[in-house]
Design a protein around this ligand. Structure first.
Ligand code: ZN
Length: 397
């Protein structure tokens, strides 16, 4: 069985090993070594990456007690040089150790037990079994977690048997029964864990909760430690400075300025909608006045170019607010669009009228007996469609 040396020293970045076997695995090869410092995926933590004889280690997985190093190449020789992607490993150790500290603080301060932990390449989250949380609690817990970091407590691991467990004030119960590995932070936190950790809490650098959401019976927290927190701070500071420059304000005033702008925008939109409606009414009157009166019924037909369908619908509504009116409007946009309407006192089925003429523009659409809307791709035939509809109206009134 492969010796798991990452448990003995999680700071080794390069090592030599001997190949025990190399067998096909899916479309790649699974390499078993006599010993390894590569951490396999598990316990909410992804596997290490790196190289074996310069071949990229695609994944490290544990199957039936064996550690499989997945690579794309079959290796037939015996001795190999292994390198762990140290930046990634150190990042994962910072986040993982940070989780131990944060879980400890949640339990101490709010009696919140950690239900689950997820450590990905981009996000770290824990689910804590508590009912309430707010910004004040967030500050309290961050203060405590960062105090533990400043105290630079040593982190170590011991292997114990099940009967020895009662000697330790464990934060959670182990999932294995034999050879239980307990990770100790100073003498404040004891937790069974098979992952990789930094040697002192100071190496975690900083812990910052960046967001949380309420679940059914718990809260999920996303947080960042060490290098990830610095990267996030850089990004947010750059964003803040750029926004402050854009609006010519100091950072503490930015939210007030943005709220004011949003309010102004809302008012302007409202005013704009009112003005648009007034203009539409005016335009509708002009169109109405240009209509022909036939058999005591006013018929308005018009084709617009590049006009929004919503505006055409409003025009149709305004025009047919006059008694004994029929409005046949079309627009050439990317496609041909049509809006037919009538006033309440005209006895014509507008939906039927539209459906009769729509094939002229290869169109589809429908509506009620009073108003209907459609569209089609044959824009060049829109004139014909409106004329055909007009003639049908003439034959029915
Ligand atoms: Zn751990």
């Amino acid at each position: 069985m492969t010796k798991r040396l990452y448990h003995e020293n999680s700071y080794i970045r390069e090592f030599k090993a001997t190949i025990i076997s190399c067998t096909p695995y899916d479309n790649n090869y699974a390499l078993i070594l006599d010993k390894t410092y590569f951490y396999p995926e598990g316990g909410g933590q992804p596997s290490d990456s790196g190289t074996i004889d310069n071949w990229e280690v695609l994944n490290v997985i544990e199957e039936e007690g064996q550690m499989l190093h997945i690579i794309a190449q079959e290796l037939n020789h015996k001795n190999v040089e292994c390198k762990i992607d140290w930046n990634r490993r150190y990042d994962l150790m910072q986040q993982h150790t940070g989780q131990h500290i944060l879980s400890h603080c949640f339990l101490e301060l709010f009696n919140g037990k950690t239900d689950s932990f997820h450590l990905g390449d981009n996000s770290v989250s824990i689910e804590i079994n508590i009912n309430d949380f707010d910004h004040n609690r967030c500050n309290i817990i961050e203060d405590m977690a960062n105090e533990i970091i400043y105290s630079n407590l040593p982190i170590s691991a011991i292997i114990v048997h099940e009967e020895e467990l009662q000697k330790f004030p464990l934060r959670k119960q182990p999932s294995v029964k034999d050879q239980i590995r307990i990770v100790k932070i100073g003498d404040i936190d004891y937790s069974p864990c098979g992952g990789t950790h930094v040697m002192n809490t100071g190496e975690v650098g900083i812990i910052k909760i960046i967001r949380w959401e309420k679940l059914k019976e718990s809260y999920r927290f996303e947080f960042l430690c060490g290098g990830r927190a610095l990267k996030d701070y850089r990004y947010k500071n750059t964003l803040l400075l750029s926004l402050c420059a854009r609006f010519s304000v100091k950072d503490y005033d930015l939210d007030k300025v943005l709220i004011k702008l949003a309010d102004e925008n809302k008012t302007l939109r409202k005013d704009n909608a009112y003005l648009k409606r007034s203009l539409i009414k005016y335009e509708a009157e002009e169109l109405y006045n240009q209509g022909e009166v036939i058999q005591n019924t006013k018929i308005i037909k018009w084709i617009f170019k590049g006009r929004k369908i919503d505006e055409i619908k409003l025009l149709a509504t305004e025009i047919t607010s006059h008694p004994r009116t029929i409005s046949l409007l079309g627009a050439i946009n990317d496609t041909a669009q049509i809006v037919f309407s009538r006033s309440d006192d005209v006895d014509i089925d507008i939906n039927l009228l539209l459906k009769t003429v729509l094939p002229i523009v290869d169109g589809k659409g429908g509506g009620s007996s009073k108003t209907a809307q459609g569209g089609g791709n044959a824009t060049q035939n829109l004139d014909n469609l409106i004329e055909k509809a007009y003639n049908l109206v003439l034959s029915k009134i």
